[in-house]
Write a protein that binds this ligand. Structure first.
Ligand code: NAP
Length: 563
């Protein structure tokens, strides 16, 4: 029989990635709380613990994909490449964990199965798969946004005799593609990174493409000593940039609009951005994400690039036959993705021309024929943002399941709290800028906001903090308005909308109004007596100031989205 052990904590944090580690540090070392982090993985790293697929690499530039809260930590670490890979990110997080002595408060190999709010005591009772129970005043989810692998329900997978993998759950030991006929399903950011690396050693790679995608070269390279020196000497300036740009990246979004330039000038702008590589391409003009006509100019430029790279005309057509605006879905960056289709051992299977009917014992059956395979790689994405929450049995007041509260899609206030779930804080939760930003930037802001809120509560002997329903409703309206001010919701098959998961409500989940605007709103909420949050002590409400400010009500003000 499983042993039940009860522990009591001030705060339990779920997840030991970027957010969980920093949250542990602030609550334990700044507020002196008794904190436990519970982590499914055998080690820390969060998304980078699981995502070890071939070609995996972050698309934020390394000198900004890190903590900024400590100048000392920032300067002590030196990144080796323009974009960090999973090994280097894990090494970095380990360096931080050692420096701050975090490991001793992390329970690895343990998954939270349920978290119930016990109203009589104002505590959360958290149960794990190891049979432990934790009673805690504060429960903080640090579970990331893309941590629930989505394997499509294609008939016959269980009959497949070869090996199959999902990129988001990649084995820790090396997977060899040598001499293997590999089928890769999916051409999102992950598939676009994986295909060139798999093709390097596979006997043959078949890329099953449902929706073609834009991609810009990453132009990854080792960092020069000169650049490393620049990073070490310019902590303040880099921090100022990432914290004042809407998307948290270390570059500014151009203030020039697409049609402010002549056709010739525009082509030169795009060529320069293409040569520079990376997500900066998206920042070439101010209005790329809000004006379809403006966006078309970038889309056409990128489609022409594909046609100029890919030699086989039919393959080039299939790859460039893109039906959505550039960056309407998360824009991938790549290393030799389109070039890969010029290899003799790579075939594109265009799922707009043929359908996958089933997986067989020896391959994939489409309505055009059978493709013999030794291995299948699912680069099919995630049940993003809400998936992990709903895998846990989270219940708030009166036993309300989170799955009920979010039945029509997630409803939060600022992405930080859900009405009916007191003292549950959700770092980069639905309705926060999260995935539309360079993630460490919103993570630091959320962690610090939550820490300040808890500190305030303790100072004022407040038992519970809970988002007000009206505030959450207004916030959801604002999140929708912010999305609708952009081209993002026009892409029907986007995971931002939950459209990639069968049965998932179609709701635009991240906040597209920009990190700078979001940060200002959060600060304003605090300055106005935590407007929209209800504080209570001994069951009596302390602050009655529960109207939200009007700062985010005027959606039409949103002209520069947060990406
Ligand atoms: P994704 O963007 O959701 O892409 C999944 C791919 O699988 C899409 O091409 C999708 O086609 C396809 N697919 C899904 N189900 C399918 C089915 N039943 N049959 C055929 N094709 C199917 O997932 P992802 O590429 O893993 O990326 C997810 C997110 O992770 C990214 O957007 C990004 O935020 C993050 N990421 C970041 C990096 C980085 O930092 N460099 C790298 C990788 C991922 P449809 O488009 O038609 O649905």
């Amino acid at each position: 029989m499983m042993q039940m052990t009860k522990h009591t904590y001030d705060a339990v944090v779920i997840g030991a990635g970027f957010s969980g580690l920093y949250q542990l540090h602030t609550l334990r070392d700044q507020l002196n709380l008794k904190v436990k982090v519970i982590e499914t993985g055998h080690d820390l790293g969060g998304t980078w613990y699981w995502n070890r697929y071939p070609g995996a690499r972050c698309d934020s530039e390394s000198h900004s994909y890190c903590y900024m809260f400590s100048e000392e930590i920032y300067k002590e670490w030196s990144w080796s490449e323009r974009y960090p890979g999973p090994d280097e990110i894990r090494a970095y997080l380990n360096f931080v964990a050692t420096k701050l002595d975090l490991r001793k408060d992390i329970q690895f190999d343990t998954t939270v199965t349920s978290a119930h709010f016990i109203e009589a005591d104002n505590v959360w009772e958290v149960a794990t798969n190891t049979g432990d129970t934790y009673r805690t005043t504060f429960l903080i989810t640090a579970i990331g946004c893309i941590s629930t692998a989505n394997v499509p329900d294609i008939p016959g997978l269980s009959t497949f005799k070869g090996k199959w993998y999902h990129t988001g759950n990649w084995p820790h030991e090396t997977v060899s593609f040598k001499g293997k006929r590999v089928g890769q399903i999916g051409t999102g950011s992950t598939g676009i990174q994986a295909a060139p690396v798999i093709a390097d050693t596979a006997e043959h790679l078949y890329v099953f493409q449902r929706t073609p995608n834009y991609s810009v070269p990453a132009r990854n390279a080792p960092l020069t000593d000169e650049f490393k020196e620049y990073v070490r000497n310019n902590y303040g300036e880099i921090k100022e940039v990432v914290q004042s740009t809407p998307n948290g990246h270390p570059f500014r979004i151009s203030s020039t609009k697409v049609f402010d330039q002549t056709e010739e000038e525009r082509q030169a702008t795009y060529e320069a951005a293409w040569d520079k590589g990376g997500l900066q391409f998206r920042a070439s003009f101010q209005d790329l994400i809000v004006d379809k006509k403006a966006n078309d100019t970038a889309a056409n430029f990128l489609k022409n690039k594909i046609k100029s790279i890919v030699v086989d005309k039919e393959t080039a057509e299939s790859l460039s036959n893109i039906d959505h605006p550039y960056a309407g879905k998360r824009p991938p960056i790549d290393t030799n993705y389109f070039e890969t289709f010029n290899r003799d051992n790579v075939t594109l299977v265009d799922l707009k021309k043929e359908n996958i009917e089933a997986i067989t014992a020896t391959g994939i059956q489409t309505n055009a024929g059978h493709i013999e395979l030794d291995m299948i790689v699912f680069a099919t994405g995630f049940d993003a943002i809400t998936g992990k929450f709903l895998q846990m049995d989270i219940r708030g007041r009166q036993g309300l399941p989170l799955s009920d509260a979010w039945k029509e899609g997630p409803r939060t206030y600022l992405g930080l709290q859900t009405p009916g779930f007191p003292n549950l804080f959700t770092i980069t939760g639905p309705g926060s800028p999260s995935v539309l930003c360079n993630m460490p930037v919103p993570i630091e802001q959320h962690v610090e906001w939550i820490t300040d809120c808890i500190e305030y509560m303790r100072k004022h002997n407040i038992d519970t903090c809970e988002a007000n329903q009206e505030a959450a409703d207004e916030w959801v309206d604002h999140v929708n308005a912010a999305a609708n001010a952009t081209l993002l919701p026009t892409v029907p098959h986007s995971w931002y909308l939950g459209a990639n998961v069968v049965g998932k409500p179609r709701v635009f989940m991240p906040y597209a109004g920009g990190m700078t605007r979001y940060r200002a709103i959060c600060e304003d909420v605090v300055a106005n007596n935590y407007n929209g949050f209800v504080f209570a002590s001994d069951g009596i409400e302390e602050n009655t100031n529960n109207r939200t400010n009007d700062k985010f009500a005027a959606a039409e003000k949103i002209q520069s989205p947060g990406i």
